[in-house]
Write a protein that binds this ligand. Sequence first.
Ligand code: NDP
Ligand code: GDR
Length: 370
Amino acid sequence: MKKALITGITGQDGAYLSELLLSKGYEVHGIKRRSSLFNTDRIDHLYQDPHDENINLKLHYGDLTDSTNLIRIIQQVQPDEIYNLGAMSHVQVSFETPEYTANADGIGTLRILEAVRLLGLVEKSKIYQASTSELYGLVQEVPQSERTPFYPRSPYAVAKMYAYWITVNYREAYRMHASNGILFNHESPLRGETFVTRKITRGVARISLGMQDKIYMGNIDAQRDWGHAKDYVEAMYLILQQDKADDYVIATGITTPVRDFIRMAFAEVGIEIEYKGTGVDEKAIIKSVSANNEHCKPGQEVMAIDPRYFRPTEVDLLIGDPTKAQTRLGWKPKYDLAGLVKEMMAADVELFRKELVLKNAGYNVLNRFE
Ligand code: NDP
Ligand code: GDR
């Protein structure tokens, strides 16, 4: 039985990857951070009682900022594959926590590589590093491929740039099977609530149910190459099945502005919007709404701009060229953007319908959104 170790197992990708590896018969080990509340919501359906025998999902407390614990876990697990997905992954938050981001995302990667080297596991443990399209930053060329120069535009991207190159360096210096997946944005119903797609699908679901009036957004002209996380974890797995370690762009090759994602999300609940005004005064107004929606009316303002969400330096346009992954890995995404938006909207409408039932029965429902 192959053993995989996943850092960031409690995150979006960690959850989908765990499901995939368990379905392939792996023994999956994950590193979770201690928190004052349970933080395993995304993998609770995979949870196995540690008191049972023969369990194939095992969680270890740890943190990428603590080498001693990484060394101990890697020594104990002796993993065949390590997926380093743990990171402070929010670009805007990285401007507020730059030093921590560098430590966890940048040096954290070095700690994993060094642990494998020092423990003499270079021949045994293959390493996947969660690199990102944020490395491209300021647009140099489109579409962006493995040969496009990097120009990171946030503390997050700069930390990930260190992680990218230290992975390449350890591969070349010590012949480690260490690979970078340069993944473009990927989303799902499990996406963190403050990333733009999930913020939109949650807000639109709540608006359609009469639980919220409008959403406040930042730069809606930013363009992203959005895929589905389920497709992207397949690529991570395929990258580690190759005889030779290498770096791959994983993307759909199609880019879409945030404003169109908002339009598509509203369309899923029978609401047509139009944009009015420009710059920080731009608004989205309901143009028409399906007859069975008693909460929303034409003319209602459902989106406004809040400059609080503008970033000090922005990444305006990402569009990836996945040719290498398609030809070498045989990777091809199954989802398109329309399917992704449909799935995310259906999940959030269902989530907030349940909350409404509780609310209408007199229970307190938390208004947690940004
Ligand atoms: P999430 O933010 O959903 O998950 C991040 C995970 O990292 C969580 O499990 C989190 O734990 C954990 N984590 C955070 N800080 C530490 C730390 N100091 N030590 C150990 N674990 C930590 O991210 P995604 O699943 O979306 O992304 C996975 C990886 O891929 C990340 O590295 C991200 O930067 C990268 N990436 C993501 C892309 C995307 O579009 N999703 C695209 C390209 C790259 P906790 O649950 O306790 O917060
Ligand atoms: P990104 O994702 O920064 O690309 O990083 P995010 O969804 O946060 O932003 C995408 C774009 O939308 C614009 N935007 C807003 N973003 C947020 N979060 N909230 C808003 O209100 C808002 N309004 C407009 C942003 O300015 C940006 O241009 C994600 C993360 O998963 C990284 O970890 C990963 O490396 C990259 O994707 C690839």
